[in-house]
Ligand binder design. Structure first.
Ligand SMILES: *Cc1c(COP(=O)(O)O)cnc(C)c1O
Length: 339
């Protein structure tokens, strides 16, 4: 048995999801004629209380499109230095859109309204104009950390007051909502745009949606074309995303419980230095200075357990719908007999 905890992107479509894909009604989406893509865009927008949606091949693309539409060449985006939009998108803010970044620190990858306020550039010809603020919820590099809603509300208000666009990288927003119990519509109300992924915890093979007001999405549709992300009979993929929305949201709490259970076991092990708080489906822990993360990952590999060395001392586990209770027991057994 191979247990793959490298990412929640490793899931395979379930039989029922494949059947939904197989029976999807499709058309040419560049002509706006794919009924399943249209249904997904409308359903997602309605869920988050937004006017419109745009189906994209990846969360990277939906984030990058948002930045292109919200900010002009030479303007600046405020975001955490470990956020996906900066750290994991290959410099796209700069190369795709000519944007400057203002990188903030912050515990567990999260930024605060106060810190954002302190970094909005004044109207000074020496400084790039601040155009946009982006947050990631849950925060991957912060160990799946979940933002406090009042903090996000303060940031939203600050952005409104300063005429800045507020974007959510919500690749794992449903994991955050499972913890805070906030409604998707209340969440959507705080942001000008949201990127929501179906290929993470929701278990679809491909796909993200970008959500916002109608004018924003009209502009975003043009940028998606420029970026090469306009697809044809994409309804086969959208059908998987609709299936995921209908069937894989409420089960996320199971993933969180399994991650928490592993976190508790790790706390007790002599070769583990520190376990980051486990709030959702991501678990990051540090190994003792006498060993390295890559050595531990190599050791796990011998038992059929796959994980990612996040840095020299840290390892990341991500739980997902392909990780069962049986696998959890087995993983705990492997953890106990390693080192
Ligand atoms: C995975 C992820 C994305 C998008 O990744 P793609 O692989 O391009 O779909 C964006 N933000 C975060 C936080 C992610 O984890």
């Amino acid at each position: 048995m191979i247990i793959d905890l490298r990412s929640d992107t490793v899931t395979l479509p379930t039989q029922a999801m494949l059947e939904a894909m197989h029976s999807a009604k499709v058309g040419d989406d560049v002509f706006g004629e794919d009924p399943t893509v249209n249904a997904l865009e409308e359903k997602s927008a309605a869920l988050f209380g937004k006017e419109a949606g745009l189906f994209c091949p990846s969360g990277t693309m939906s984030n990058q499109i948002a930045a292109r539409v919200h900010a002009r060449h030479g303007e600046e985006v405020i975001l955490h230095k470990l956020s996906h939009l900066y750290y994991y998108e290959a410099g796209g803010l700069m190369s795709n859109s000519g944007l400057s970044v203002c990188l903030l620190d912050g515990a567990r990858g999260m930024i605060t309204a106060q810190d954002v306020a302190d970094h909005i550039n004044p109207d000074d010809l020496h400084r790039p104009r601040t155009a946009m603020v982006a947050v990631e919820n849950t925060m991957n590099k912060g160990g799946g950390a979940v933002y406090d809603n009042p903090e996000l509300a303060r940031m939203a208000e600050l952005c409104r007051d300063h005429n800045l666009k507020f974007h959510l990288d919500g690749a794992r927003i449903f994991n955050a909502l499972a913890v805070t119990k906030q409604s998707p519509a209340a969440c959507g109300g705080m942001f000008d745009s949201l990127s929501v992924c179906f290929s993470k915890g929701l278990g679809a093979p491909v796909g993200s949606v970008l959500l916002g007001d109608a004018q924003f999405i009209r502009q975003a549709r043009r940028v998606r074309k420029v970026f090469g992300g306009a697809m044809r009979q994409a309804g086969y993929l959208a059908a998987a995303c609709i299936y995921a929305l209908d069937n894989h949201v409420t089960r996320l709490e199971e993933d969180h419980a399994r991650a928490a259970a592993m976190g508790q076991e790790l706390e007790r092990l002599s070769w583990v230095d520190e376990v980051m708080p486990v709030e959702t489906n991501i678990l990051i822990f540090k190994v003792k200075p006498s060993i390295t993360a890559s050595a531990v990952v190599h050791e796990f590999d011998k038992f059929g357990l796959k994980a990612i060395a996040f840095d020299k001392q840290s390892i990341r586990f991500v739980t997902h719908l392909g990780f069962t209770d049986e696998m959890l027991d087995r993983t705990i057994g492997i953890l106990k007999k390693s080192f």
